[in-house]
Design a protein around this ligand. Structure first.
Ligand code: SF4
Length: 121
């Protein structure tokens, strides 16, 4: 069973991207970058924000997340970096490289595929 953690932008999560629902729906439907998982082969165990600009605390927050879940014997096995970071963060390279260097697990760029082409059409 894969245990999926989504990492996103503190300034966008549940603010620009209301309720983070596109990531949730994408996971539930196994759309976008979640299509790699079987329906019964993965659980979402967290939505972690980067810790705010310039993402200096993201590794610490990952470590805290791991510590927090230890009593339940839950451990993240896949990290998905959300489009709010991958497509929009000016610090994305630093953040993604840090997550890749320190997490020790597979890091996947992207989550849901529901980016609108336009607003009013
Ligand atoms: S560092 Fe990037 S992902 Fe984090 S709050 Fe700032 S813009 Fe958003």
């Amino acid at each position: 069973m894969e245990k999926v953690l989504i990492v996103g932008c503190k300034r966008a999560m549940d603010d620009v991207c209301i309720a983070c629902s596109r990531c949730m729906v994408g996971f539930n439907r196994r759309d976008g970058e979640f299509s790699r998982y079987d329906r019964d082969g993965a659980e979402l165990i967290g939505l972690l924000n980067c810790g705010d600009c310039p993402g200096a605390t993201v590794v610490t927050r990952l470590a805290q997340m791991n510590l927090w879940n230890k009593p339940m014997e839950e451990k993240v096995t896949k990290i998905h970096v959300a489009p709010c970071i991958v497509d929009h963060c000016p610090h994305k390279d630093t953040i993604i490289n840090k997550i890749k260097a320190k997490s020790g697990i597979e890091v996947i760029l992207g989550t849901h595929p529901y980016k609108p082409d336009n607003i009013f059409a």
